[in-house]
Design a protein around this ligand. Structure first.
Ligand code: CMP
Length: 141
């Protein structure tokens, strides 16, 4: 059993496709164990994406992710990190496989609807960043 952090980005929230996205997570064998709507200040987004600080797209990314509310979630399941990445599709929607969230809904590499952790260490760090030690609820049912 593995956990991963998922963010439904401002474009996904604005398009009102939260239910559609969560339906795909659940149909793909993932279970939601934490969920919170937040409008993150730029400073907090900057911290979250600190690994990209030197990249040319960093300022746009921070501006975009702080432009509206996002739904931050923890998903749990077998191979949850890889599974979530399959369901999301490639970062650039132009490269995303048909039937993935990004192929179906993303407008650009910035407005690409969802974020998902890219590995076990990142997942642990990202989950802690938003939900601390006690913010995830075990799915006893
Ligand atoms: P995400 O998975 O949230 O991680 C960082 C985000 O930066 C990424 O999705 C994209 O939305 C955005 N981004 C913009 N340009 C690029 C790029 N050239 N390569 C990777 N990510 C990019």
């Amino acid at each position: 059993m593995e956990r991963t952090l998922s963010i439904i980005k401002p474009d996904g929230v604005e398009k009102n496709i939260i239910g559609e996205i969560c339906k795909r997570f659940e149909a793909g064998g993932l279970r939601i164990v934490a969920s919170r709507m937040m409008h993150l200040p730029a400073e907090r987004v900057g911290e979250f994406y600190a690994v990209h600080r030197e990249r040319p797209f960093y300022a746009d990314l921070v501006g975009y992710m702080s432009s509206g509310p996002v739904l931050v979630q923890v998903l749990e399941g077998e191979n949850a990190i890889a599974r979530n990445r399959e369901i999301m599709g490639a970062t650039d929607p132009a490269d995303a496989d048909p039937g993935t969230i990004r192929a179906d809904f993303a407008a650009s590499i910035d407005a690409n609807v969802v974020h998902g952790s890219d590995g076990p260490e990142t997942a642990a760090q990202e989950i802690g960043f938003f939900f601390g030690d006690n913010g995830v609820c075990p799915r006893t049912r």
